[in-house]
Design a binder for this molecule. Structure first.
Ligand code: PXG
Length: 488
């Protein structure tokens, strides 16, 4: 057992006595943090009562996708969130330029979502999802179908984007099999694609660091080339003109493997994690034509793009391309409770509904599929998006973000700027011999100046919540400009 995890009293600073009296951690937090005084501090754990954790208390948590030793030497903590902001435990306000991690699309701690979760938690904590149901799951599925592209009429729930991707890949394989084409087993992804961290997702994904440590992964996977090419597309506003022909590489893979072996192609309409890469004009349309021609399913991984990021409910609608399945997660609950899912066309769903009525049609699902707290959060979130017209707002604010980002052209180190919807990226020239170092320092500089951005390799990414104000967009890009002027 490690320090700080061995027993709760160890977690309290010495001599604190009663936890809520004057001079206690909670009281200090109220005085010193700058939290609005009318908002009660709701920290639930003993550790979160403290403004600073002792280094001994940081070891137990093995942090995901994090330089653990670097972080633990100089932690960046947040303790509270509201609207467009986080607050550190010391009370410093941070403007969130990335919706958490592409997920809090409605902004943080929105009251209708918080209240829906609270109410549901007090009513029913959990309901089995296998051979049983609860009304909120059906309600949420109906609401998702209502805003989904035409013909995408069925929703399978899981708990994350990674699970959504595995679910979609499994449905693709099973669908071909129930139709008597079980020989279609090959899956096609794309270089620089990100589809989460399950074995299915890393197999079709195209990020070397996420793949190379983990063995052979799934067999029978191939990849399309990335569409990212600065020689042709640097400083494009919106979707690049160059690159639609890269979809024709799918024809080459069909020639190589034969269409009869290929089950599905999975791509992100806009690739987020690898640095916010927008599809060349006509590229997604071409992928749709080729997949249809060869009887190959097309899966859009919309974990990032769904629920307003591109200025519509789904990127599929923005691009006018309807795939066979859409994966989603993140924005469905505005990041408040983990949830993911797959939206399937009726053609996919109905093929499974053919056996004896008493038989389970798909041997797949999770203990927490359609978790009732996530469903409550999801229903409230979709209602909030609608009530506040947030998808339309994203569309209206997109040109503001575009102009602000492109005003950074000519700033030090900047080699590309790209944008679309409420997403954008600024790519930096790597520091010779130190890949990622300049960009990480830029990320840290922004954090120190009170703006949270995201670093992906040499790329600084922006994805503010759909409630973002013009002045906040200016604050994000002005901060980046200042930091770039100082970073070596
Ligand atoms: N597909 C896509 C397209 C994603 O972007 C996943 C699947 C996996 O989702 P889960 O919920 O399993 O993490 C993602 C996740 C970033 C960043 O900085 C992006 C993601 C997650 C964390 C950080 O761009 N995308």
């Amino acid at each position: 057992m490690v320090h700080g995890a061995s027993s709760l009293p160890l977690s309290l600073p010495r001599g604190t006595g009663a936890r809520d009296g004057a001079g206690t951690p909670r009281a200090l937090l109220r005085q010193n943090t700058g939290f609005p005084t009318e908002t009660p501090v709701t920290a639930m754990t003993l550790l979160s009562d403290q403004m600073n954790l002792h280094p001994d208390q940081l070891g137990a948590y093995w942090m995901p996708f994090t330089a653990n030793r670097q972080f633990k030497a100089a932690p960046r903590m947040v303790a509270r969130a509201e609207g467009m902001h986080y607050w550190t435990p010391e009370g410093r306000r941070i403007l969130d330029g990335f919706s958490g991690l592409w997920c809090c699309n409605a902004g943080h701690n929105r009251k209708p979502i918080v209240e829906a979760i609270q109410k549901q938690a007090a009513t029913m904590d959990y309901a089995p999802a296998f051979q049983m149901g609860q009304p909120l799951a059906f309600e949420l599925a109906n609401r998702i179908v209502d805003i989904a592209p035409e013909g995408m009429d069925h929703v399978f729930f899981c708990n994350s984007g990674s699970e959504a991707v595995d679910t979609a890949l499994k449905i693709a394989l099973a669908w071909h099999r129930v139709r008597g084409e079980g020989h279609r087993t090959r899956l096609i992804g794309r270089e620089r694609g990100y589809h989460g961290v399950g074995f299915g997702g890393i197999s079709v994904g195209g990020m070397v660091a996420n793949r190379k440590m983990f063995g052979a992964m799934l067999a029978g996977v191939d990849h399309l080339p990335t569409t990212h090419d600065l020689a042709h597309n640097a400083f494009t506003r919106g979707d690049p003109e160059w690159g639609a022909h890269l979809a024709d590489e799918l024809e080459r893979l069909v020639q190589l493997h034969d269409a009869s072996t290929i089950a599905a192609v999975i791509v992100e309409p806009m690739a987020g994690s690898t640095g916010v890469l927008f599809p060349p004009k006509g590229y997604l349309q071409r992928l749709r034509e080729i997949t249809r021609k060869h009887g190959i399913l097309l899966i859009f991984d919309e974990v990032i793009t769904a629920f307003g990021r591109m200025g519509a409910a789904f990127a599929s609608q923005v691009y006018g391309v309807v795939p066979d399945m859409i994966t989603f997660a993140k924005g469905v609950t505005s990041g408040s409770v983990p949830m993911g899912g797959v939206i399937a066309s009726s053609a996919i769903h109905d093929a499974f509904m053919a056996g004896p009525p008493g038989a389970i049609e798909l041997f797949h699902g999770y203990t927490y599929s359609a978790h009732v707290l996530a469903c409550a959060a999801g229903v409230a979130t979709l209602q909030l998006y609608k009530d506040e017209g947030l998808f339309e707002r994203a569309k209206a604010m997109a040109p503001v973000l575009e102009d602000a980002l492109h005003s950074l052209k000519g700033a030090r180190h900047v080699i590309d700027i790209r944008n679309g919807g409420l997403a954008g990226a600024v790519e930096l020239e790597p520091r010779p011999g130190a890949p990622g170092a300049r960009t990480f320092e830029t990320y840290l500089g922004c954090w120190e100046k009170g703006v949270l951005v995201r670093q992906a390799g040499e790329i600084i990414c922006f994805a503010p919540a759909l409630i973002v104000e013009e002045s906040q967009i200016a604050e994000m890009t002005d901060t980046l400009r200042d930091v770039l002027a100082r970073v070596a």
